[in-house]
Ligand binder design. Structure first.
Ligand code: PA5
Length: 406
């Protein structure tokens, strides 16, 4: 369940009139999700078919039983959501085998050197994920990993160890998979990278990691219930932006949601940061960052609002000295920081989930995807493209003689 309060810590900055300006467009957006041209977001078949889901579960069992290291190659939307959900739900220590290594998110030789040395004597299965099949970083990662694998495995063995997730029919990765006979999963044409965590892009590696993807999907479907709340959130953010609050801090009080805030930054920046518009997303993990960015939010340049994401229940750890649980103290910290920030310069929008589990994260992902799309529509930008990202990709491609195809 998602609970929200977009009023308590915003009302001295914006009023009903500021929000009412968006009534008409908000209604149109709601209609688009409820039976209009965005209603495909409410159909799980838009993300993954029943057959594909069975195949994901079957393949994930195979991977879990047949490698020491599972390498997941991808960047941006082909990486961030999966990483966010794994970090939130998997144990920090003593993770179940196989070990999962993400690759293709940087061009750091030092990092690659370490990865190469670490994996060279291990049994490897790799999942290469790229919707376009046209992205430099995963291309390089696959080149390097494949070279290592070719030194260890026969061509037949490679076909059991290389799994491709890409567009159903287009792109150089699809062509390679067809040519080499690699096992593939499909990314639905309609679902863009940063929205794709509940397609095979995220579902397959998440299933390998041991996360219950059926529960995640159930939460995601149930998240439909929060469509109006997500549009309301988009409206309040935009109303704050028009009061010169140009930066949104996604603030969590749960260490394990750090990568979730990274996913949020990607989701909102790529969905809304176009045509000279958009709110700049930053992330804050408290209480750590109270001792750094907290000062700025309290008394610095007056340009920030916070979206505070809290988790209501947590494992019980008694802090004897205060006769409270650690969770109770964390909740007090969250509330008092909102009070303190509000008393000076910073409004907060508060969103709570019940627990850090698959179902609640499914709901939360759905909530923020709906909000990001709605926020873009409110400011009249296309939520589904990323022309700026394409620009850098194209320039690098030209410098590398146009050869970075898989
Ligand atoms: O949201 C997006 O579309 C981007 O972040 C892409 O996911 C990212 O650029 C990677 O693209 P691809 O999956 O085509 O390699």
């Amino acid at each position: 369940m998602i609970k929200s309060d977009f009023n308590k810590y915003t009302s001295k900055f914006i009023n009903g009139v500021d929000k009412a300006k968006f009534n008409k467009i908000a209604k149109t957006i709601l209609k688009s999700f409820n039976g209009g041209d965005l209603s495909y977001w409410n159909d799980i078949n838009s993300f993954v078919s029943k057959d594909e889901l069975n195949s994901i579960i079957e393949a994930s069992t195979y991977v879990r039983n047949n490698c020491d290291v599972f390498i997941v190659i991808g960047i941006g939307g082909s990486y961030m959501g999966t990483k966010a959900i794994m970090e939130a739900l998997l144990p920090t220590f003593n993770k179940n085998a196989p070990e999962i290594i993400f690759l293709g998110t940087n061009l750091s030789s030092s990092y690659y050197r370490e990865v190469i040395d670490y994996i060279k004597d291990k049994d490897i299965i790799v999942n290469v994920i790229s919707k376009s099949g046209n992205t430099l970083e995963p291309n390089i990662a696959f080149d390097i990993v494949k070279y290592i694998m070719e030194g260890k495995y026969s061509e037949d063995e490679l076909r059991d160890r290389i799994i491709i997730t890409t567009d159903a029919s287009k792109g150089s990765l699809r062509e390679l998979a067809n040519k080499e006979g690699y096992f593939t999963f499909q990314i639905p044409a309609k679902i863009g990278g940063r929205f794709s965590v509940f397609t095979p892009v995220g579902l397959f590696p998440l299933a390998v990691s041991g996360i219950d993807i059926i529960n995640l999907l159930e939460g995601f479907i149930a998240g439909y219930e929060y469509t109006a709340m997500a549009i309301d959130y988009a409206v309040v953010r935009e109303a704050l932006f028009r009061k010169k609050k140009q930066v949104e801090a996604f603030t969590v009080y749960e260490e394990k949601l750090y990568y979730f805030t990274e996913w949020l930054k990607q989701l909102f920046a790529e969905t809304q940061g176009k045509k000279g518009k958009g709110i700049l997303p930053i992330s804050i993990v408290n209480t750590r960052d109270l001792h750094s960015l907290g000062q700025f939010l309290q008394q610095g340049n007056d340009i920030i609002f916070e979206t505070v994401i809290g988790v209501e229940t947590a494992p019980v750890i008694k802090v004897v000295k205060y006769d409270k649980t650690l969770q109770e103290i964390n909740r007090i910290a969250e509330d008092k920081v909102c009070v303190a920030h509000y008393s000076d310069k910073t409004p907060s929008l508060v969103i709570h989930i019940d627990a850090l589990d698959e179902y609640c994260l499914g709901e939360l992902v759905r909530f923020f995807i709906t909000a990001a799309i709605s926020g873009a529509l409110l400011i009249d930008v296309n939520p589904f493209d990323q022309p700026g990202v394409e620009k850098y990709k194209q320039l690098i491609k030209e410098s590398l003689n146009n050869i970075f195809i898989f």
